[in-house]
Design a protein around this ligand. Structure first.
Ligand SMILES: [Zn+2]
Ligand SMILES: [Zn+2]
Length: 315
């Protein structure tokens, strides 16, 4: 892969933080001093972040984190940035680092056993009996997923309990939970353990780490990411790379995510270029959304534009 000027870091750590608001301010200052943009959530249970900056600045960030009592030992997942993966820096203190509504579940006390990318790869190659349960949201695994995976069926991670009936038949089987970078699995796997599942593993450091080590192997397609890049692939120029996503409308292979352009809908889905609306070039997930857009949203947008040009004319 070409060395990129920009780098995106994805990381988390479950660690007890006494005053999250204080750490929030320190994080904000640190990121501002290094011109990093992205999203960081600090809670009394830990930290969850994804930031982008010039590669040498992100490396300085890692070095600063390594000096922190709370944050040393974090495994930072790195990928090529674009320079505008994030519009701004947002650092927040919240109750949970990932909204799961599972405040009493402490991954430092109960969680699934860790399986590394290497071990998981060996399990695939040896055809061992195990079941991948993908803990990501439904729209995420459309563009890429492990072979034979069981979809969580979730649209929001905090509906985690809805997974239980879907996998009840696997209570005595070997399960491996997977997610983007590993943070959701810390709680999801612990949740399965507390609900009586006997042999629960979690993919350590997530799908991104597996893909980077074993591009185009047992994880097919691209990894959905929560920034402007939308998806991430390693060695995608290789003939072994497969596009596994399909257009929501016509079913052809595509992994281009769009939002329905109607503001009150914003349905997130994959569309090939041919299936964008021919008149406007925009995505509308259903005819009503286009109708509403034309009737309500478009006149408002045009009025705003006119006001703006008038204002600039008079100033
Ligand atoms: Zn299409
Ligand atoms: Zn829509």
């Amino acid at each position: 892969m070409k060395k990129s000027k920009y780098q995106v870091l994805l990381y988390y750590k479950y660690v007890t933080i006494d005053i999250p608001e204080k750490v929030r301010e320190e994080q904000r200052k640190l990121c501002q001093s290094l011109n990093l943009k992205g999203r960081i959530i600090v809670a009394s249970e830990g930290i969850n972040g994804t930031v982008e900056g010039l590669t040498h600045d992100t490396e300085k960030y890692i070095a600063a984190m390594e000096k922190s009592e709370y944050f040393k030992g974090i495994h930072f997942k790195k990928s090529a940035g674009t320079g505008d993966a994030f519009p701004k820096l947002s650092v927040k203190a919240r109750k949970e680092v990932v909204t799961a509504h599972l405040l009493d579940l402490n991954p430092n006390e109960v969680t699934g056993a860790y399986i590394t990318a290497d071990q998981l790869h060996a399990w695939f190659e040896s055809k061992k009996e195990f079941y991948i349960v993908d803990m990501r949201n439904d729209y995420e695994y459309i563009s890429g997923h492990f072979e034979g995976f069981i979809p969580s069926g979730l649209h929001n991670f905090f509906d985690l309990a809805d997974v239980l009936p879907k996998i009840a038949h696997l209570k005595d089987k070997t399960i491996v939970t997977v997610c983007t970078g590993g943070i959701r699995c810390e709680k999801a796997s612990g949740f399965l353990v507390t609900n009586g599942f006997k042999d629960v593993y979690q993919l350590q450091d997530g799908i991104q780490t597996y893909m980077e080590k074993y591009p185009n192997k047992h994880f097919k397609g691209k990894l959905y990411v929560f920034d402007n890049r939308l998806t991430l692939g390693f060695n995608t120029e290789s003939p072994d790379h497969e596009v596994v996503g399909t257009c929501y409308y016509c079913g052809v292979a595509s992994d281009t995510y769009v939002n329905c352009h109607y503001d009150l809908c914003h349905y997130h889905h994959i569309s090939c270029a041919n299936c964008l609306d021919s008149e406007t070039g925009l995505a509308f997930c259903k005819p009503e959304c286009k109708e509403n857009y034309i009737k309500i949203q478009k006149p408002r947008e045009e009025a705003k534009k006119q006001n703006r040009s008038r204002a600039s004319f008079t100033s």
